[in-house]
Design a protein around this ligand. Structure first.
Ligand code: KG4
Ligand code: ZN
Length: 434
């Protein structure tokens, strides 16, 4: 199918998009089939995305010993793995990209920023080569718009959930059921985000609140002035001697404190929670955890915050002689209280933005959106304070980095005929949403 069909008014077409994502430590390729206008809900028609393949190769094991991502190692791994992953993605999707045949994909998409430039370049060069040889148009996607557009995916596995506060439904099937001719979809209230929408992006590199009045139109309402939320999770995890990435580790540990009667001591500050803007700051919170740990570890050093556990008796279970060794109970309490501080700030600022901008949907994306506490608190916020707003929380496998989300963003770019000249596509480590 040729690209020209994208602009035709008859939208009952299918196209396939192959997307490549290498902005950080995940090498990812996905192939999506998009049926434009096939999904009818009431009077509206919506594109229907089907994930044909979604391969994500994580380099976590390689970077783990360093406690964070090493750009040159990431680059080397992307280079080595891209051809292997492409083969796998094509095989999963049952697609042929042989140069001698008409290619089976209509668009190739690639992330060009923000991220680690050496890593981004690997994906960009690979995509350019592929697009040129197969004579397929190349779309350039901002990683952050990918995180937002993940919300348009109606899942690719049976565990898919899409919560809609208005309808109180979880999407029951991985894909929309087959259409009954002329009658749209019966019995399934299927939903995609509606504009205007608010997006909360919470990842390892970014924390942003973004207002979208229409497709591909982004207004950054606020962002972090220092560390991103995910970065704070990773750094605090390192202080606690937990593994990388830190978010899931802290979350797991925090769950163990969930039922403790000693929880909720507010050990740590909530930076900027009451500031009149929509900006965030997490570096002070991270430092507060550091000081707290130091106070515990250093003999006779008074804690800068009230003792977390036993009032008036210092911290139960910590012997001052056990320098540098943090008892599990203390680690668990810190993980819980730190996570709670992050969630409090993210949710309060989101609530402020929802109050100010009367949006129809709230989309949450990025690795930290997989955090159970954040998800539960946002669900409660929407249910109790903003029932008119539909909340879109992707399943965890779509929150973290993947290429399926890049393909969705590319589809909307293609629909707007936004294709840059391939030679003008360069890696932009600090690319902003615009
Ligand atoms: O979006 P992402 O996969 O990559 C970036 O674009 O940065 O986000 C990765 C970040 C890491 O900082 C990781 O610790 C965090 O998301 N993360 C979590 C959870 N799962 C991943 N943070 C909190 N709770 C989680 N369950
Ligand atoms: Zn990301």
């Amino acid at each position: 199918m040729g690209l020209h069909k994208l602009t035709q008014s008859d939208k009952n077409i299918n196209m396939k998009i192959l997307a490549i994502e290498t902005s950080c430590d995940e090498t990812a390729i996905a192939i999506l089939e998009v049926g434009d206008g096939q999904l009818r809900v009431g009077k509206e028609t919506r594109p229907h995305f089907k994930i044909l393949s979604n391969v994500v190769l994580s380099q976590i094991k390689i970077h783990k010993p360093y406690g964070g991502v090493v750009p040159n190692l990431a680059m080397r791994e992307h280079k080595k793995n891209l051809p292997i992953i492409l083969k796998r993605a094509l095989r999963d999707a049952g697609i042929n990209l042989s140069p001698n045949k008409n290619p089976d994909v209509d668009i190739i998409a690639v992330t060009y920023g923000p991220g680690l430039e050496p890593a981004l370049w690997e994906g960009i060069n690979f995509a350019k080569d592929l697009a040129e040889k197969r004579r397929v148009p190349l779309a350039a996607v901002n990683h952050l718009e990918g995180h937002i557009y993940a919300a348009w995916l109606n899942g690719g596995n049976p565990k898919f959930e899409i919560r809609n506060s208005k309808w109180g439904l979880e999407h029951p099937t991985p894909f929309p059921p087959p259409l009954k001719k002329g009658r749209g979809i019966e019995g399934v209230r299927f939903s995609v985000p509606q504009f205007p929408l608010l997006a909360l992006i919470v990842s390892g590199g970014h924390t942003e609140l973004v207002l979208m009045k229409k497709h591909l139109d982004y207004k950054i309402l606020g962002e972090t002035l220092d560390d991103a939320a995910g970065e704070a999770f990773d750094k605090v995890a390192r202080m606690l001697g937990l593994g990388y990435p830190g978010g899931p580790e802290i979350s797991k540990l925090a769950e163990k404190w969930e039922t403790s009667p000693q929880r909720g001591k507010r050990l740590f500050p909530r930076p900027m929670i009451n500031s009149p803007d929509f900006n965030f700051s997490f570096s002070g919170l991270k430092t507060a955890v550091l000081y707290y740990l130091r106070a515990i570890q250093e003999e006779g050093h008074p804690s800068p915050f009230p003792p977390p556990l036993t009032k008036g008796r210092g911290i139960k279970g910590v012997r001052s002689s056990s320098k540098n060794r943090i008892p599990l109970k203390i680690k668990t309490a810190i993980a819980y209280e730190f996570q709670q501080a992050v969630v409090d700030v993210l949710v309060k600022k989101t609530a402020d933005a929802l109050r100010k901008y009367r949006v129809r949907s709230l989309v949450v994306g990025g690795g930290v959106a997989a955090n159970k506490k954040l998800r539960a608190t946002l669900e409660q916020l929407i249910a109790t304070k903003f029932p008119q707003v539909s909340l879109f929380l992707s399943p965890p496998w779509l929150c973290g980095d993947n290429a399926a989300m890049i393909a969705v963003a590319a589809y909307f770019k293609a629909r707007a005929c936004k294709f840059p000249k391939p030679e003008s596509i360069i890696a932009q480590g600090n690319l902003r949403l615009q």
